[in-house]
Design a protein around this ligand. Structure first.
Ligand SMILES: [Mg+2]
Length: 493
């Protein structure tokens, strides 16, 4: 493993050598000490270190040197490596140049020559501590930022695989994984529980597939595979994605040497795996919800269809019922033979009219009509001819009264009329018209013309009468009288 470097710069070799030996004594083997005899040489070393990806926590520089001065060197180094700390070491520096170095190079400390060994040791230890703290803080902030991004992706409205892939890309942008930018995420196959790759970046194929691998290992492992004739040596983290204490997949992240076996990195990977497990759970919930919704929709469709069927059936039944009711109403109120109101229906309507005339003090007439010698028609031609004759007479009566007159068949060959808003004279004219029309009508029955007449009895419906009962009796008496006087007549009570 490459050690972090401390760079010492002084134009006097003897000072450089003394500084180096004190640093080695103080820091032991943990750091590599590089030396430069000028600012220019120091800058070259810095560039080489950057190229080799070497960490440079600290530069200790003399101020007064031939060529580039210490303050300028430190200011330029600060621009290239902002995290590197610097200490200035000089005997003749002006307050101005020290101030300049403090400002431009963010000088950590200034130490006068000749230095006190304890002071230098303490200062260096403190600088290294400060550097490490800063680096950890930065790493922590970076991890925090990446975790936030992954958490936001976990809630983003996109397919599960896309979410995983974008999360992997974000994780690989972390400093510790960026240099190799190589990783993959495997999740258990839903049906077969085999691990299938859900996402991989830069062919970060799981090397475990090539060798023995305990799929129940719940620890985050740093795995090293040695180089072979075909492949280079590989180092990667293998981290289980655990949901409800069961491994659902693995995250593989390749890492370069500098970041291996770091407790912060392991903590970060652990947090990421928890978030991935959360994503997985969310995907499972969504899947279950989708299935549930599909079943529910099917059920609703089925129920709706059943309901519609039932409604259609109900509609048909309603139509049948309506038709039956209409028929029932017709048969309950209508005389089948003549199509006129039957007796019951006539009395209802006629009584209503009598009550109305009583309430408003209006005229109304009650008329009784009877076919003359009807028994003889029945006897000589048969009842079926009698029926035809009655139907024809009913038609003639109906055609010769007014639309608002109330007409009904109240007995075998007997008809009754209530004439609203009508006085005796008007009623008589109408009855005469009816009588004539019937007597002039030849009714064709089986090739021969049958001629009939009617007798008519009339009575007023008196204004004190609430129903037609008494008026009907009086009209009946008048009808009897018309019959008695020779038939085909109108008689008034
Ligand atoms: Mg000098």
């Amino acid at each position: 493993m490459n050690k972090p470097v401390i760079l010492c710069v002084d134009d006097e070799r003897i000072i450089l050598s003394s500084l180096k030996s004190q640093l080695v004594q103080t820091l032991g083997e943990e750091y590599r000490i590089e030396v430069a005899e000028s600012g220019e040489e120091a800058l070259e070393i810095i560039e080489e270190l950057i190229e080799q990806k070497q960490e440079l926590p600290l530069i200790i520089a003399d101020q007064i040197m031939g060529g580039m001065y210490g303050d300028e060197l430190l200011a330029r180094a600060k621009k290239i490596l902002p995290d590197t700390l610097s200490i200035m070491l000089t005997g003749q520096a002006t307050a101005e140049s020290v101030g300049e170095a403090v400002n431009k190079a963010s000088l950590f400390r200034y130490i006068s020559k000749p230095w006190n060994e304890d002071d230098l040791t303490l200062t260096i230890r403190s600088a290294i501590c400060h550097y490490k703290d800063q680096r950890e803080l930065k790493r922590h902030e970076c991890h925090q930022e990446i975790l936030n991004q992954v958490l936001q992706l976990a809630l983003a409205p996109m397919p599960f695989e896309d979410r995983i892939t974008q999360s992997l890309a974000v994780i690989l942008s972390t400093e510790c994984f960026r240099s190799l930018n190589k990783g993959s995420i495997y999740i258990s196959d839903r049906e077969h529980e085999d691990l299938v790759v859900v996402s991989q970046i830069n062919r970060g194929i799981a090397p475990d597939n090539q060798g023995d691998f305990d799929t129940n290992d719940k620890q985050i492992r740093l795995i090293r595979t040695p180089a072979s004739s075909d492949t280079a040596a590989l180092t990667y983290y293998r981290a289980p994605i655990i949901l409800s204490n069961k491994i659902f997949g693995f995250l593989y992240i390749y890492v370069d040497n500098r970041h291996q076996q770091n407790i912060q990195t392991t903590g970060f990977i652990s947090s990421i795996c928890h978030t991935l497990a959360g994503m997985l759970r969310l995907a499972q919930y969504n899947l279950a919800l989708e299935k549930h919704n599909t079943v529910l929709e099917e059920l609703v469709d089925q129920r709706t269809s059943q309901l519609n069927q039932a409604l259609r059936k109900q509609e048909q039944l309603n139509d049948i019922l309506l038709e039956a009711n209409q028929k029932l109403e017709y048969y309950a109120t209508t005389d089948e033979l003549t199509g006129l109101m039957n007796r019951r229906s006539f009395f209802n309507r006629a009584d209503q009219e009598a009550a109305r005339a009583h309430r408003y003090g209006r005229n109304a007439m009650m008329i009784m009509l009877d076919v003359d010698f009807f028994k003889e028609v029945n006897d000589s031609h048969g009842h079926h001819i009698g029926d035809k004759l009655l139907a024809k007479v009913a038609q003639v009566i109906k055609a010769n009264i007014r639309e608002h007159d109330i007409l009904g068949r109240v007995g075998g060959e007997e008809f009754a009329i209530v004439m609203p808003e009508t006085d005796l004279k008007e009623a008589h004219e109408i009855c005469e018209r009816v009588r004539l029309a019937v007597s002039e009508t030849n009714i064709e029955v089986e090739g021969t013309a049958v001629c009939v007449s009617i007798s008519i009895g009339m009575s007023e419906i008196r204004r004190d009468e609430l129903s037609i009962g008494n008026a009907m009796i009086r009209a009946d008496q008048a009808l009897y009288s018309a019959k008695h006087k020779g038939r085909n007549l109108i008689s008034v009570n």
